[in-house]
Design a protein around this ligand. Sequence first.
Ligand code: 5GP
Ligand code: MN
Ligand code: MN
Length: 491
Amino acid sequence: DDSWLHLPNRWGIPVDVCAGADVPIESSAIDEILTVLATADTLERLGAVTGHTEAAISRVVLTPDLHKGAGIPIGTVLQTRGALLPQAVGNDINCGMRLETTSLTADQVRPRLDALERRLRHLFFEGGRRIALSGLQREALLRDGLPGLLGTGRPERADGVWSALRPGDARPGRIHGSQYPTTNADAFRDWIHSAGGTSFDSIIGSVGGGNHFAELQYVSAIHDRQAAHGWGFSLGQVVLMVHSGSLSLGHQANASGLDQARAAWPAGVPLPDNRIIPMMTDGRSAPARRRYLDAFGNAANFAVGNRFFLSLMLRAGLAAECGELAADLVYDAPHNLLWQHDDGQVVHRKGATPAGGYAETAGGPYAMWGEPVIVPGSMGAASYVLRGHGNPRTLASACHGAGRRVRRGAAAQAGEAELDAFLRDFRVVTPLDHRDPAVNRRSDVMAAWRRDLKQEAPWVYKDIGPVVSSLRRAGVAEPVVELRPLLTVKG
Ligand code: 5GP
Ligand code: MN
Ligand code: MN
């Protein structure tokens, strides 16, 4: 079938690329993954020295949005046994997409978009938000995720966030949620209680820069009526999509984890040329691994909490301008995370989202249709929600977006006319109000703003249509609804 490409390699590791011929894949990203495979040699050397000989890379899957990343390409699913690869998760631990349906329709919201834009700018960027958590609540969020923060009587479904299966004790046959179990929040204890410019209070509710966003969209087409109905979608309905990660916490957890792994590196084994530092899962390294996974989980839980607050901010803006509304979580989908399975396999997803099917979701709220797969396009294109099929060939994974086509930096060069056309047709809310005449007169400020925005323009991303049809043709996931943007908050 034309949606698969198998990459032969000298280690004999199964490497499958899931992308139709109509989806452009950067050849440098393919070269990059071949470099990553050399970690098989590192694991063999570590195994020989530590006696932990089962450590190996067992399978690699590359998704249609594959593009070059730092060390390991974005859009990589990498399964190991006997070892963890912190770098195969990405620095922004538990970056993900949260999606909520609302009781509003696009027709109700469109006439209020000017007012909504002002209100959201105030809420997101001008000190309008007020998220007052106590030290205990912050600690509970980092340690136990949203169920810890909300103290819900239904621990398995805090605010609808599915968390019955925690990635730390993932079992095949169960759904993978985005909460992460930890034993403590020690790695961030001082920070939790600190004040000032980088404190918990000052960053919670931030979108984060670049490709992160909080977006109001509406359902523009329904492709699977039964699943759409089951998940609460209707034509013309307004939905909220939030893309953000763990802000600075993920970077911090990963940096200190890698320092520990380097410090524990066995004498006699050279540090690998590809700079990918594995963490073995043998007994000897258990204390260091526990410390790493606790900090990792703290960051992951913070990310889920931050997405929750960002969606509350969107809800608050809508309620103030368009009247009271109800909102329901469809899914909070993680795309930078690792899952340790009972059989010893570890699945790392770096810029890839779980796409479990019936077997993976059995017994949970998604058993009927499979796991919701959220695939955003861009701030000027459609986004999709699909239902997963749990395809073993992709390790039950799908792409987490259309994927970048033009490198950051390269995008700033051209496209002034295209940007003007985009700004006429779409609505972006940024810290700077580009329609304010006082701002508009400052040509230096406007030029910098336009340069930044061009890095995220629709044309720097791949065409979402072929990306989604690759998933469908490959038997990975089936489109349920198509969404179009009404307003995008870019931070
Ligand atoms: P990531 O940054 O996690 O690698 O990429 C997420 C995906 O989100 C990108 O590949 C792109 O397709 C999509 N995307 C980026 N910016 C926006 C936006 O503002 N709105 C929407 N709907 N999608 C976006
Ligand atoms: Mn992301
Ligand atoms: Mn991110």
